[in-house]
Design a protein around this ligand. Structure first.
Ligand code: AMP
Length: 216
């Protein structure tokens, strides 16, 4: 399936479902999914220089500094897959400075910004119940998407773990950081005329169908 919109930004609070939707959309529309959170977590796991800098910010639920993030995204957007197929940005930009850096890199704007309007209660419940496979990265939820066997991945039998920043205190901090540093981007993109709001509280499949229509 080919989408009309190929430069896509997913915006919304942590727990809005951006990552889950980005995975599904990326497979269906063949557009690279770029999650800055995933890029940073990979660096932390490797223990490289970026990972060592990012780890503290991430564990505290704070944002990694803008200059580091701008460099990561500029390098990623230069790659061949993005030049050929576009991108689906999940978790970037998160500040005004990042949005401006992105525009400089793109020499213009994105085609569409999908804003996942999601209530805090839903975000907290999704994140606090989230479990991830250590081996293949598959996502579960202890109530909504439980694995067949507790603590074990259905796909690859790897062990499931809870992200350090998915503990309740850190979730609340991440939501505060979102409200303070990221939520103003809603109006920023609305003024550019590229913002489309969707209801992040609703179930995965109906929302996926709505989003696919918006991108066609
Ligand atoms: P996420 O997986 O998108 O929830 O991101 C996890 C954590 O990575 C965030 O809480 C931040 O510490 C960091 N992070 C991810 N993307 C960004 C970004 N665009 N700017 C700053 N920090 C980020």
């Amino acid at each position: 399936m080919t989408a009309l919109c190929k430069k896509i930004i997913l915006l919304g609070p942590p727990g809005a479902g951006k990552g889950t939707h980005a995975c599904m959309l990326s497979k269906r529309l063949d557009i690279p999914h770029i999650s800055t959170g995933d890029i940073l977590r990979e660096a932390v796991n490797k223990g490289n220089r970026l990972g060592l800098v990012a780890r503290g910010f991430m564990n505290r639920g704070e944002l990694v500094p803008d200059n580091i993030m701008a460099e990561i995204i500029t390098n990623r957007l230069r790659k061949k897959d993005v030049r050929e197929k576009g991108f689906m940005l999940d978790g970037f930009p998160r500040t005004q400075a990042q949005a401006e850096a992105l525009e400089r890199t793109l020499r213009g704007g994105a085609d569409i910004v999908l804003y996942f309007k999601t209530s805090a209660d839903v975000c907290i419940s999704r994140l606090s119940g989230r479990r991830i496979c250590k081996v293949c990265g598959a996502n579960y939820h202890i109530k909504n998407i439980p694995p067949k066997k507790e603590g074990v991945c259905d796909e690859c039998k790897g062990p499931l773990y809870q992200r350090q920043d998915d503990k309740e205190d850190t979730i609340r901090k991440r939501l505060r950081v979102y409200n303070k540093q990221t939520s103003s981007l809603i109006n920023y993109f609305r003024r550019q005329g590229i913002l489309k709001e969707v209801n992040g509280d609703i179930d995965l499949k109906p929302l996926h169908r709505i989003i696919v229509k918006l991108l066609m």
